[in-house]
Design a protein around this ligand. Structure first.
Ligand code: CO
Length: 136
């Protein structure tokens, strides 16, 4: 059922600084995207293309950012979630439900930060790791 690792998301308090770390320290230049404000998702994102997968930097945006609490607990930032690819988000959702896993929010797929349908699986069922499933 699970496909490739699509990305690892890292919550950061200062996305400009974090992006600069990848551009300069890791010498990644053009592989580091510009900042994209995503008001619908309460985050600003930067993507870093590693070839085999991506790193998604997330900075809180607006009042009700879904990563605000995470950054309160982890002020210098940290790994927020991992995203695995699936062929069929509804089949994945049904399987997760049947296995007793908890889907966050309404439990219905919604369009994620990359314009594709996603669900998020609660960390309590997955060894403390928030898992995003994305249909590709
Ligand atoms: Co993500």
């Amino acid at each position: 059922m699970l496909g490739r690792l699509n990305h690892v998301a890292i919550a950061v308090p200062d996305i400009k600084k974090a992006a600069e770390t990848y551009r300069q320290t890791f010498q990644m230049g053009v592989k580091v995207s510009g900042e994209v404000a995503q008001p619908d998702h309460g985050v600003t994102t930067v993507f870093i293309d590693l070839g085999n997968t991506k790193i998604e930097l997330l900075e809180p945006l607006g009042e009700n950012s879904p990563i605000a609490n995470f950054l309160k607990k982890n002020p210098s930032g940290g790994i927020h979630h991992v995203c695995y690819e699936v062929d069929d988000i509804y089949a994945a959702r049904d399987r997760m439900k049947a296995m007793g896993a908890t889907i966050t929010g309404t439990g219905e797929p919604r369009i994620g930060a990359h314009g594709k349908p996603v669900i998020f699986m609660h960390p309590k069922d997955f060894n403390g790791t928030l898992i995003e499933l994305e249909q590709v």
